[in-house]
Design a protein around this ligand. Structure first.
Ligand SMILES: Cc1ncc(COP(=O)(O)O)c(C=O)c1O
Length: 367
């Protein structure tokens, strides 16, 4: 059994994907080809943003926005410790300070009340300037922006939605990648909308920020790429990957539906035995991961492994505890620390068979 089955997906759509790749190979515009622009306008329309800027990966997407906004030493950027390292790594890379805020116990997303407290504390201490918040849409569920926005506004901070795991999700009728000043996503193969390599995208409604992000992504270009007006990066989405994404986007709604059905089956069969995911009213997750909690995690993962069923732990160490951030002042964030102790992820992808899920549920319930 596969944890995420990309091979079945490819085999089901092999003909159209191969054709799309061949078109690019024949066309010869391997960098910045027509498909890149087409993907940008298609996905901007899908999420409901004015601008989309393709780049090399989801990490660069975050970094480009922070660079475009001039984030640097002395700045505090608030985020969750319960996320992939990249979310906070980019903040540290730019010399700014990530400030970790504990999560909500049910959704595992940043807790808006604790965010307010944390910003207040940093303001009071006066050593760092609070600048921005990066809420992460963890495991595919969009963070509680309706509660986060007023907190950010109260303190004069802007929001960057890290939607690497949530492309396709909805909250209150709005799509992932439409919240905050800017949003970023990842097209890493295992993501809800993944390519066959690396890729990322930035979304914003802010015309000026869009120009700045495009400049940063292309060596700080001004009028053209030899008019370098700022320090930037070399961060491009390959034309072949854009062509693959355009094909995969056609099957994306059906895949989202299949993921949602798989999640509902898991939740029906597992509730009572483990803590199943909590999806807030008015939300649809993109189900990047299906994670459950149990104090008997070790036993359950071992039993599944015996049956050749893969599992994974997201995330074993919250970021305030990882070695790379040991230079920051120590903090205790009890919810993140507790969740890290007993959470684990089950296989989740659109091609998961009902019989496979039944077997997984049987193994867990017999533990
Ligand atoms: C929450 C989050 N942010 C950022 C990233 C970085 O994306 P990429 O791997 O495309 O650089 C990931 C990827 O796993 C992620 O899960």
């Amino acid at each position: 059994m596969q944890f995420i089955d990309l091979h079945t997906q490819y085999k089901r759509h092999e003909e159209t994907i191969d054709k799309a790749v061949k078109r690019v190979l024949e066309d010869g515009h391997y960098i910045g080809g027509r498909e890149v622009g087409e993907l940008e306008s298609t996905l901007a329309a899908f999420v409901g943003r004015r601008h989309a800027i393709a780049c090399a990966n989801g990490t660069d997407a975050l970094k480009i926005v922070l660079m475009a906004k001039g984030i640097g030493p002395g700045d505090a950027v608030f985020t969750t410790p319960f996320t992939f390292f990249a979310t906070a790594e980019v903040v540290g890379n730019l010399g700014a300070t990530p400030v970790f805020v504990d999560i909500d116990e049910k959704t595992y997303n940043i807790d808006p009340a604790k965010l307010d407290e944390a910003i207040g504390k940093v303001k009071k201490a006066g050593t760092l300037v609070p600048r921005a918040v990066i809420p992460v849409d963890l495991f595919g569920q969009i963070a509680a922006f309706e509660a986060i926005v007023p907190v950010a506004e109260k303190h004069g901070l802007w929001l960057l939605e890290d939607a690497a795991q949530s492309f396709g999700a909805q909250r209150g009728g709005r799509r992932s990648c439409s919240f905050g000043l800017a949003s970023t996503t990842s097209f890493f193969p295992a993501k809800p909308l993944g390519c066959y390599g690396d890729g990322g995208m930035i979304f914003t409604d802010d015309d000026e920020l869009a120009v700045l992000c495009r400049s940063v992504a292309v060596h700080g270009k001004g009028r053209d790429k030899y008019d370098n007006v700022r320090l930037g990066l070399n961060s491009r989405l390959d034309t072949i990957q854009a062509a693959i994404l355009l094909e995969k986007f056609k099957i994306f709604p059906a895949e989202l539906e299949a993921r949602d059905e798989a999640a509902r089956r898991y939740s029906t069969w597992l509730s009572g035995k483990v803590t199943t995911p909590f999806i807030e009213p008015g939300c649809c997750s993109a189900w990047a991961q299906y994670c459950v909690r149990s104090p008997r995690r070790g036993e359950m993962m071992a039993a599944l492994k015996t049956e050749k069923i893969p599992t994974a732990v997201y995330y074993p160490v919250p970021l305030h505890k990882v070695t790379a951030f040991s230079y920051l002042s120590p903090v205790t964030l009890p919810v993140s620390e507790a969740v890290a102790q007993d959470i684990f992820a089950l296989p989740m992808h659109p091609y998961l068979e009902v019989s496979e899920q039944k077997k997984i549920a049987d193994v867990i319930t017999s533990c």
